[in-house]
Design a binder for this molecule. Structure first.
Ligand code: HGY
Ligand code: MN
Ligand code: MN
Length: 416
């Protein structure tokens, strides 16, 4: 079979769409999305199916001791460091069908398309699945890619526990993804991650491709408020030590401080647990999480100071204790200019409307970018909605992003 001109190689968008829909049948949500928490049985099922597909595509599969999966398509120069592409298979509790999964299966589609036409590369290609990107079952997020990049200590990562006290290490062993490779000791030449934008910009501007130049910084906190349980009926309002009322003031303070740093700051309280959670007992305990983000680290530091100041003021005003625990600080970053250029050149070559942009969400690529040349490719999602069962994307856009991924990888790995 004559080999096509490499610049004319295209992916099979229908096969990509079908693979995404097949994975979506595993751990389906109640409203059409996906619910596959990291290292759950559903995550295992999705991993097992992905590994089977990679072996069908003649890839050699290895797993490291953080459960990261690497599927290798050999190159003509196997001694060269591989060009990686991938993302994550774990989802939010009420997640969508595309967040993470798209990047993993787009990388698989690149391999399938190159196999179809017999196009070889100089450097090997590897598809990667990172463990626990979402961070909703085990905080912090982007945990295993963080260990890979040397940003998190492996013992720390293994020790992270979920709400039921199950550890990452135990769950990796339980689902049989505690691999024999040491996480981090893995050659990497470059990494590309295709992902839905999870924001409204591409759709608003009718662009197909986001050439992602970097990502904003973030800070995560666990905040504990302690007051005093007491009777809802016989305790006068003055003198109550109501932990939930204090926490409610801090929830609104987080929104207010983000608005005061508009237009780029965002602040979110995503989790709230009340104790004893009884309708006729004044809550003595309220625990909640805070997620602050901004493209500029100095502004992020100012938001950090504002949060701590608010906690001290509310503690005094409400006669409660407020403890602020730092969970994570990921500074803003810029992706590797050569990898970003490869993405932009591929989008231009393929004649897709495209624009440069900074990622609002965190991604595994943001971790790996600290140690290896990395870039991302965004495609639109409907209404910019994500972390929602109604997350959706157009097959044509997913195919376009996958074509850009293919050509950026070919450019970087070199054609044989
Ligand atoms: O939190 C994030 O930005 C990512 O979606 N886990
Ligand atoms: Mn994601
Ligand atoms: Mn996500």
């Amino acid at each position: 079979m004559p080999k096509p001109n490499p610049s004319r190689i295209r992916v099979n968008g229908g096969r990509l769409w079908d693979s995404i829909m097949r994975i979506a049948q595993i751990g389906p949500g109640a409203e059409g999305g996906s619910s596959r928490l990291a290292l759950s049985d559903e995550d295992k099922q999705a991993r097992d199916l992905f590994v089977a597909w990679c072996r069908e595509a003649d890839c050699r599969v290895t797993v490291d001791d953080m459960g990261n999966i690497f599927a290798r398509r050999e190159g003509c120069a196997p001694q060269l460091p591989p060009v990686l592409a991938g993302s994550h298979l774990d989802t939010q509790p009420h997640g969508g069908k595309f967040d993470g999964i798209y990047g993993v299966l787009a990388a698989l589609e690149v391999v399938r398309a190159l196999n179809d036409c017999g196009q070889e590369t100089q450097a090997p290609l590897e598809i990667v699945v990172w463990t626990n990107e979402e961070g909703c079952r085990f905080a912090p997020a982007m945990l295993a890619s963080g260990v890979f990049a040397g940003l998190f200590d492996k013992q720390f990562a293994w020790s992270r526990v979920d709400a039921d006290g199950r550890s990452v290490r135990d769950e990796l062993q339980r689902i049989d993804y505690f691999g024999d490779q040491s996480c981090g000791a893995h050659p990497i030449g470059a990494l590309f991650e295709a992902h839905i934008e999870q924001g409204p910009i591409l759709e608003r501007d009718r662009d197909t491709i986001g050439v992602v130049t970097g990502a904003q910084g973030l800070r995560w906190y666990d905040i504990q408020v302690r007051g005093r349980d007491s009777h809802a009926g016989s305790t006068p309002m003055p003198g109550r030590r109501d932990a939930l009322a204090a926490a409610a003031q801090l929830v609104l303070a987080v929104q207010d401080m983000a608005r005061r740093h508009a237009p780029d700051a965002v602040g979110t309280v995503g989790e709230l647990t009340v104790s004893p959670n009884s309708r006729n007992t004044i809550p003595g305990g309220a625990d909640f999480t805070v997620d602050l983000r901004h493209p500029d680290d100095d502004t992020l530091a100012a938001l950090d100071a504002a949060l701590r100041k608010q906690c001290a003021e509310v503690a005094a005003r409400c006669e409660v204790q407020v403890e602020v625990a730092d969970i994570w600080h990921n500074p803003p970053l810029r992706f590797n200019p050569s990898c970003v250029d490869a993405v932009r050149a591929a989008a231009a070559h393929l004649q897709y409307r495209h624009q440069d942009m900074v990622s609002g969400a965190g991604h595994d690529a943001c971790q790996v970018a600290r140690i290896a040349p990395t870039a991302m490719i965004f495609v639109p999602c409907a209404g910019g909605v994500s972390h929602n069962e109604h997350e959706s994307a157009e097959a044509d856009d997913l195919e376009a992003g996958c074509n850009v991924l293919l050509h950026a990888m070919l450019e970087t790995a070199g054609r044989a």
